[in-house]
Design a protein around this ligand. Structure first.
Ligand SMILES: Cc1ncc(COP(=O)(O)O)c(C=O)c1O
Length: 386
């Protein structure tokens, strides 16, 4: 039967493909260790669970306004003030079914066919595919050899009159690198000067280590929010370990928010009512939950680094946030897909090939699972490579 050119051109998510393979092996009774995951294993905040349960019993199960409930948007204004130093109004916020939908809403709202969207490599696997889904042209800018973040000059060199938006994700999936304040400041300046959008995917912005803080692009802007080129995306998936609730949001000018809301209204009507209540419960809680999660991840990062140091030929830049690291395995095998397939077969360890993130020779290893899995997983990789 007929399938669209678009459907045929979209890549299958590499992570989902690996999950499927790993799932088959597990079902066959094999002791697979998953270092390819993308979600924390912690329980959700108690406030989230209580709100979800209470509101299910109370029958809060209908459509809500397209851009989210008034109470959640009000809470998100406070959240943005606290974590970004910016004071948006509810009209600047669109709550969506995950940060993923927020990014897609944004692209649908601003990209015309053929428009370029520029982003650094390595990048989150969904960026190029989502850009293609709105008939835009993804332009990935690689880092210089041995680096994991391109320079601002290299980014600028790829921005042309066809560029409609720049997309940044810091700290970064897959590299764990926190982009420097200087780099973000320069990207804000470039985007403001050229009047092109700067989409900040801030989904990991509170999961940063070593006392660092993720710089907010808004803090470098010379414009008020209504004239801003910056749109920030965030959500409860990572920070509150609430991936399955599917709640994300965007903060941007009223004009772009309205356009994003029109898209969302036609696609999903609104985010899930109960999930919005759960998100509210999480956001109204104390900061302890996030701090416990963050410091736990920092410890796991340290364990991952200690273990990886035992692989003498692996080169690794210390991740400064997220729950991923992106070691360079090219001294063992420069074909990351072949290497990941070998590790799954021989060591029963799931690792995601760097190629999927636009940078060959690397593997993405997650440290959001248990410490035992991190230690044994890396040990098995070491044995398989020796
Ligand atoms: C960089 C990045 N952006 C966005 C998302 C999507 O998050 P959500 O679960 O809120 O859709 C992810 C999830 O893996 C991610 O890694």
């Amino acid at each position: 039967m007929h399938l669209s050119q678009l459907a045929m051109s979209i890549g299958q998510s590499a992570t989902l493909k690996l999950n499927e393979l790993a799932g088959n092996l597990k079902a066959a009774g094999k002791p697979v260790i998953h270092l390819g995951g993308g979600e924390p294993e912690e329980m959700i905040p108690s406030g989230a669970r209580e709100e979800a349960e209470k509101n299910l019993s109370a029958g809060f199960v209908r459509y809500t306004p397209t851009t989210g409930t008034a109470e959640l948007k009000k809470e998100l204004c406070l959240y943005t003030k606290k974590h970004y130093g910016l004071e948006p109004e509810p009209k600047n916020i669109v709550v969506s079914s995950g940060a993923k939908q927020a990014i897609y809403n944004f692209l649908m709202a601003v990209i015309n066919p053929g428009d370029h969207v520029v982003f650094p490599a390595p990048y989150w696997v969904s960026y190029p595919e989502m850009v293609k889904m709105v008939y835009g042209m993804p332009v990935a800018v690689p880092p210089r050899p041995g680096e994991l973040v391109p320079t601002a000059e290299d980014m600028e060199a790829r921005i042309t009159s066809n560029t409609r938006a720049v997309l940044l994700n810091s700290p970064n999936n897959p590299s764990g690198q926190l982009y420097s304040a200087e780099f973000i400041r320069e990207m804000v300046e470039i985007c403001e000067y050229r009047n092109i959008y700067l989409l900040m995917d801030d989904i990991y912005n509170r999961l940063v280590f070593d006392g660092a803080k993720a710089p907010s692009a808004f803090s470098f802007s010379t414009r008020g929010l209504e004239d801003s080129v910056i749109v920030s995306i965030n959500g409860v998936s990572k920070t509150y370990s609430m991936t399955g609730f599917r709640i994300g949001w965007s903060v941007g000018s009223e004009a772009v928010s309205k356009a994003m809301a029109k898209v969302q209204a036609q696609v999903t009507s609104c985010p899930s009512a109960l999930s919005q209540k759960a998100a509210l419960g999480a956001l109204r809680g104390t900061d302890d939950f996030v701090e416990t999660l963050r410091s736990g991840l920092e410890k796991k990062r340290d364990t991952m680094l200690t273990e990886l140091a035992k692989l003498k030929k692996v080169k690794l830049r210390k991740p400064q946030g997220t729950f991923y690291c992106f070691p360079d395995f090219s001294a063992y095998d420069s074909d990351s897909a072949r290497l990941a397939a070998m590790l799954l077969e021989k060591a029963l360890v799931v690792a995601v090939p760097g190629k999927e993130f636009g940078l060959e020779g690397h593997l993405r290893l997650s440290y959001c699972g248990s410490l035992t899995d991190i230690i044994e997983g890396v040990e098995r990789i070491r044995k398989a490579l020796e």
